[in-house]
Design a protein around this ligand. Structure first.
Ligand code: COA
Ligand code: AMP
Length: 628
């Protein structure tokens, strides 16, 4: 069947489509019905089913005779180690870990925070939670203690599972002191913490609270899989929104299983026994879906890579991993390829890649130069696909397992079945092909996408549903061409994308505003050749502040690093007298971005005082931006 036929099939009978896809999953109790629209515009899928995620990702493959097949390959150039875990071993390790958590009181519905680097134990912790029906929330290692504390208070975990340290090429990341500081700061206290001691840095355990990963599993009874309802939350993953408070995206169990399993064949053209590698991090949605769950649900081998695209040791690292582990499908962010291209512009370090079928890119806009470089040197289809933490898998893609559609560079191709993507004007009316507008998806969203935000249904409605009734608002702007190809151009909110990491400028502004000399501030994302965007702060100081500006800037940079974390990559700020605003007081961030990026811009009709923009341009020129 062609893509058009499959999409049509879904349009004709969405529920039938997903019930057929549900055949790929082992159920304790099959769903009698696909969609539950009794609380529209809040929707759920497969509500009355009973199922277990860990069973589908691990146990069923052992029963099917795949026990000896590698489930996880850990390849860690930063520690110089490689380690293979078969499905049988994974079952053993996960059921013991789950047994130990259960013995300490973790039950279905309890939350467990996981704060770990790219080690197989991170996946095992996720799967052990899934085995018990506990709801995990993985926190990315590049966040500071404060961000961890915010998440602890929001989801109130019974336990936290952490590693003693992570390893960045330039330094050891001391997870344990960050964890201790976060628990100190948080009002909610977990009952206990499980610490996975790494030999690169062994952490001191806090008596009475911390238990060591290996010891606490000693002598426990391995746990069986606990069936959960179809709409039971599999996990909560916090993502950046407009304000400093992150949004807890809820992932429903049954829809997640059905949809991810479907994508593995339809989009990635992979099945049991194939090797799949997503070079992301378990702390992000790509890591949840395509390092951990989807490849394992489909019986593939997943690669867990603890390294960088360059510098561990060089720009050939990715190609070594692909050839050494016989990777079929490889997924990364365009920024990683830009880093490789910068070190190896001629592609001299790219060998023949005989097993690789395709390269998948997501997380940010894939620029044409990067796509051309990859096409020329890797000699495989380069598939840009568009998705969000909220959806958990691709909204638009080129579905290689169905049909390799013609590639249009600059477009993540076409809407996937399940997603009726439309471009709307401010009034919520669909616009004609080629016209820019807000990208929205007609409700209901398909299985596996977020049904709500954790403990924040009102915020869910406000953030996604209220602006365009009957639609989910993606927060992206763009257009659809006459052939149905989507083009994602920009965010419509204050979210920026730095090296494939989604960050909130609002969160950075909240931190800057807490500096004692800062009266007012704004953060924008300016274009960056490597990282796509880079944050830049404007600081207006309190009257009477006469301290040297560079000292204040340095303190502000440190403040953001300490409060949000190194991942914010906030390294630049300038002091200005005033910020450009509309007459109603709204800061003109969009105009400042255009000036910084040396793009053509129009004087906003609503501006309060046009002269301020000249001052802003001058300040930006001191940083080498806003070239005339
Ligand atoms: N734990 C702790 N710190 C981390 C971290 C982690 N897991 N990941 C990144 N950091 C730190 C880095 O050490 C760096 O700190 P520094 O300011 O002390 O140098 C900072 O956060 C910024 O990191 P990063 O954005 O990774 O920049 P970089 O200059 O170290 O590397 C790239 C640049 C392009 C190589 C890198 O950004 C990259 O590999 N990007 C791909 C991102 C990706 O896969 N995203 C997933 C979305 S699908
Ligand atoms: P995240 O939730 O971290 O996955 O970030 C989602 C956001 O990243 C989207 O809303 C887009 O703004 C951006 N994004 C993701 N994939 C793409 C893509 N293929 N092209 C353009 N932007 C993308």
């Amino acid at each position: 069947m062609s893509y058009a036929q499959v999409y049509q099939q879904w349009q004709n009978d969405p529920e039938g489509f997903w019930l057929t896809a549900a055949n790929g999953i082992d159920w304790v109790k099959r769903p009698s019905k696909a969609l539950d629209d009794s609380r529209a515009p809040l929707y759920e899928w497969f509500t009355d089913a009973e199922v277990n995620t860990c069973w589908n990702a691990v146990d069923r493959h052992v029963i099917a005779g795949r026990g000896k097949q590698p489930a996880i390959i850990h390849d860690s150039p930063v520690t110089g180690t490689k380690h293979v875990i078969t499905y049988a071993e994974l079952q053993d390790r996960v059921s013991r870990l789950a047994g130990a958590l259960k013995a300490k009181g973790v039950e279905k519905g309890d939350r467990v925070i996981i704060y770990m680097p790219m080690v197989p134990e991170a996946l095992e912790a996720m799967l052990a939670c899934a085995r018990l029906g506990a709801i995990h929330s993985v926190v990315f290692g590049g966040f500071a203690a404060h961000e961890l504390a915010v998440r602890i208070d929001d989801c109130a975990p019974k336990a936290i599972i952490a590693a003693s340290c992570g390893i960045e090429p330039s330094r050891v990341v001391h997870y344990k002191p960050l964890l201790d500081a976060a628990i100190d700061q948080a009002s909610h206290k977990p009952d206990f913490c499980v610490i996975f001691q790494r030999e690169q840095e062994v952490a001191k355990l806090t008596e009475g609270r911390d238990v060591a990963w290996h010891e606490f599993q000693y002598g426990v009874t391995p746990a069986d899989c606990t069936p959960v309802a179809g709409n039971h939350p599999a996990y909560i993953l916090y993502t950046s929104g407009t304000t400093g408070a992150p949004k807890g995206v809820v992932r429903p169990t049954a829809g997640h299983l059905v949809a991810l399993n479907w994508t593995m064949r339809a989009i990635y053209n992979c099945g049991a026994g194939d090797v799949f590698w997503a070079a992301s991090d378990v702390g992000w949605v790509v890591g949840h879906s395509y390092i951990c769950y989807a490849p394992l649900i489909a019986g593939c081998t997943t690669v867990v890579y603890e390294g960088k695209p360059v510098g561990t040791p060089d720009a050939a690292a990715f190609w070594r991993v692909i050839n050494e582990h016989k990777v079929h499908a490889f997924f990364t962010a365009p920024t990683a390829l830009r880093a490789i291209k910068r070190d190896d512009p001629e592609g001299k370090l790219v060998p023949k890649l005989p097993t690789l079928q395709a390269l998948y890119l997501a997380g940010e806009r894939a620029d044409p130069d990067t796509i051309h470089w990859a096409q020329n040197h890797l000699k495989v289809p380069v598939i840009d696909h568009w998705w969000q933490t909220e959806t958990g898998y691709a909204i638009a893609a080129n579905p290689l397992g169905i049909e390799h559609l013609p590639v249009k560079i600059g477009s993540p191709s076409v809407a996937m079945p399940g997603f009726d993507v439309q471009v709307l004007d401010e009034g919520g009316h669909p616009v004609s092909p080629g016209t820019l507008g807000a990208i929205a998806i007609k409700l209901p969203l398909p299985p596996g996408t977020l049904p709500t935000l954790w403990n924040a249904e009102d915020r869910f409605r406000k953030s996604y549903l209220n602006h365009f009734p009957g639609y989910y608002e993606t927060g992206d702007a763009g257009y659809i061409d006459a052939d149905g190809y989507l083009y994602i151009m920009a965010r419509t909110d204050d979210v920026i994308n730095v090296a494939g990491h989604r960050l909130s400028t609002g969160a950075m502004e909240e931190v800057l505003a807490s500096h004692k000399d800062v009266a007012e501030c704004a953060v924008i994302g300016v274009a960056d050749d490597l990282k796509g965007q880079s944050p830049l702060g404007f600081l207006c100081l309190n009257k009477g502040s006469n301290r040297p500006h560079d000292e204040i800037v340095k303190e502000c940079v440190k403040l953001v690093r300490d409060q949000i974390g190194p991942v914010a990559d906030f390294k630049r700020a300038v002091v200005v007298d005033r910020l450009p605003k509309t007459r109603s007081g709204k800061i003109l961030r969009g105009t400042m971005v255009k000036i910084a990026d040396s793009q053509p811009w129009k004087m906003p009709a609503t501006i309060d005082d046009p002269a301020i923009l000249d001052e802003i341009a001058l300040a930006l020129q001191t940083l080498g931006l806003a070239r005339q």
